[in-house]
Design a protein around this ligand. Structure first.
Ligand code: ATP
Ligand code: MG
Length: 552
């Protein structure tokens, strides 16, 4: 669908595996934990995994890594599926769940016990931490490490029956307490948690750790390439230890790549949850959130997000991408795909003194693409223009309406301002102008050209709308570093305008349609609230990058 994908080290390695016969096909997976909404970083992982499967004619699974029931929920499962679909991807077969392999994991844990490779440990978490050692000091063996196989079997089976209290014991792998890799210092395989699970209910009082489950899930599903982010590089020896010591049906190959981070953004689920819980934003899909559902509600096209993820490339070195790149991908996409329309943000009455009868105008919906067609707009003698587009007097740099000067009304006539009414507080409340042409597109006969073009709506036909102007949520490039959100929030990230007036055709806009409001920016009909009784538009992005303008 998009341009030829760039080459990157993942593609090269997979191609090598196919060429050498190490793999006979490509099966990838996107494995989210259902403990939050997906964000722009996940979009990168989705495009990588689904993209690779697509490029090599393979399959990509959607699998929930649901080993942590207390933090997970059906709401998150639903939103994740919706987001992946919206981004334009189709997973192979049914949605999968790590929890559907719990019985298999349990049997494999018993298998490790039988081989003398796992033991039940009764150290408290605090004690275990001391025994574990540090990055510079080796750990010490747990006093429970020498338990016999029958004793371990008995205790683990009783853990599974629910006989013991939460946290009272764990099952650990018996690897090497002196390993320089902390992940190999007898990691925990199972914890006791008497918690209900969204998929398995009350069946399991014990849950496998992510580390024990993850690689085995991939093995069960025949995943050829387990693509993950760099923080799992140190876990790879552990995953390989499991695969080497268990009768798994398949051996996946793990390849790590760098996480996508964008400036002015937080992408930790914990921090995103905090923004929601503290009411700083209006839910996970608030248009200022970097969640996929937030970007969607903001009007970011799925194609632009995919394009951005491809453009930033895939590497093995961590870094931060300027969020302006994402915004620019959105602007480029919308410039080509968004129909034009007019919305007056701060209405000022404009009376055309010599217009004898209303004009019906055919106005193009896109300046560069005739396939968008035209819409009919009525220009009558009472219009609304933006208060900022008129001044009684101004210097020559002001290319808008000034008394005695001319402008063209977008798609309509050239007018010249004659006078204005001013109220007691000194505010201009009405402008009077005469038309100096009689048909759209014409130039004035006297050769005096208009200074610019302004947008307008008909006072009699326009409809009031709520327009929410959004800006970046954070005022600083690296908000994740701040101790408190309050220090780094952009106080102007949302301004709600309830006095905007839109052209009448916009009330019928389908929710999620994005328009370029001429001279104002791109605006989307709100996915949840827009309706013909009360149109609601969200600002997607301005016409220009004002952040870079301001800093450079
Ligand atoms: P967070 O750190 O935000 O809580 P997570 O990594 O714990 O996210 P998961 O649900 O485990 O969230 O993520 C699913 C997949 O998405 C994982 O394979 C993970 O590596 C990948 N992923 C998460 N964040 C990013 C990112 N910023 N860039 C690229 N891939 C990411
Ligand atoms: Mg994770």
């Amino acid at each position: 669908m998009s341009a030829e994908p760039r080459s990157n080290f993942l593609r090269t390695q997979i191609q090598d595996d196919l060429d050498s016969g190490r793999a006979s096909g490509v099966i990838t997976r996107f494995p989210p934990e259902p403990n939050g909404f997906l964000h722009i970083g996940h979009a990168k992982s989705i495009t990588v995994n689904f993209g690779l499967a697509e490029q090599f004619g393979g399959q990509c699974h959607l699998r929930f890594d649901d080993t942590n029931p207390e933090r997970e929920s059906q709401e998150f499962i639903d939103s994740i599926q919706e987001d992946v679909s919206w981004l334009g991807y189709e997973w192979h077969g049914e949605v999968r769940f790590a929890s559907s392999y719990f019985q298999q994991f349990y049997e494999w844990a018993l298998n490790l016990i039988d081989q003398g490779l796992a033991y039940v440990c009764d150290l408290s978490p605090d004690e275990a931490r001391v025994y574990r050692g540090t990055l510079t000091e080796p750990g010490r063996d747990s006093p429970f490490r020498s338990r016999s196989v029958p004793e371990n079997r008995d205790l683990f089976m009783r853990m599974r029956k629910g006989e013991f209290a939460d946290g009272s014991r764990v099952l650990r792998a018996k690897i090497d307490m002196a390993s320089p890799n902390m992940n190999l210092r007898d990691p925990i395989l199972y914890r006791i948690r008497h918690a209900d699970h969204h998929q398995t209910g009350s069946e399991w009082p014990i849950y496998p750790t992510y580390d024990f489950a993850h690689g085995q899930e991939d093995a069960i599903e025949g995943i050829t390439h387990s693509i993950c982010t760099l923080e799992f590089e140190d876990h790879r020896p552990l995953y390989e230890w499991f695969i080497d010591n268990l009768p798994v049906p398949h051996r996946p190959r793990q390849i790590e790549f760098a996480r996508l981070n964008t400036s002015y953004t937080v992408t930790s689920k914990r921090k995103l949850k905090q923004l929601v819980d503290e009411g700083i934003v209006d839910g996970w899909d608030d248009p200022r959130m970097p969640t996929i559902s937030g970007l969607r509600r903001r009007g970011y096209p799925a194609t632009a997000i995919r394009h951005f993820c491809e453009e930033v490339g895939t590497s093995r070195s961590d870094g931060t991408v300027d969020v302006a790149m994402l915004e620019s991908a959105v602007r480029d996409d919308l410039n080509r795909h968004a129909p034009r329309a007019m919305c007056v943000m701060a209405p000022l009455r404009l009376v055309l003194t010599n217009l004898s009868q209303p004009l019906s105008l055919q106005v193009p919906n896109h300046p560069a693409d005739a396939s968008f067609g035209c819409r009919e707009l009525v220009m009558d003698s009472e219009l609304l223009i933006d208060a900022d587009d008129f001044r009684e007097e101004a210097n020559k740099h002001f290319k808008r309406l000034v008394i005695g000067k001319r402008v063209r009304l977008r798609g309509g006539l050239v007018i010249e301002a004659e006078s204005c009414d001013i109220d007691a507080s000194g505010t201009v409340i009405c402008v009077y102008a005469r038309c100096v042409t009689t048909a759209p597109g014409e130039d004035p006969e006297d050769g005096v050209k208009p200074k610019g073009v302004i947008h307008w709506v008909s006072a009699n036909h326009a409809v009031p709308a709520t327009v929410r102007r959004y800006d970046r949520l954070f005022a600083v490039p690296d908000p994740a570093k701040a101790e408190n959100f309050s220090e780094v929030l952009n106080a102007n990230s949302l301004t709600t305008n309830t006095s905007a007036m839109i052209e009448p055709g916009l009330i019928a806009a389908e929710p999620e349609t994005v328009f370029q409001f001429e001279r104002e920016g791109y605006f989307v009909a709100d996915r949840h609230e827009h309706c013909s009784e009360r149109p609601v538009f969200n600002m997607t992005i301005g016409l220009r990058d004002t952040w870079s303008d301001a800093s450079g």
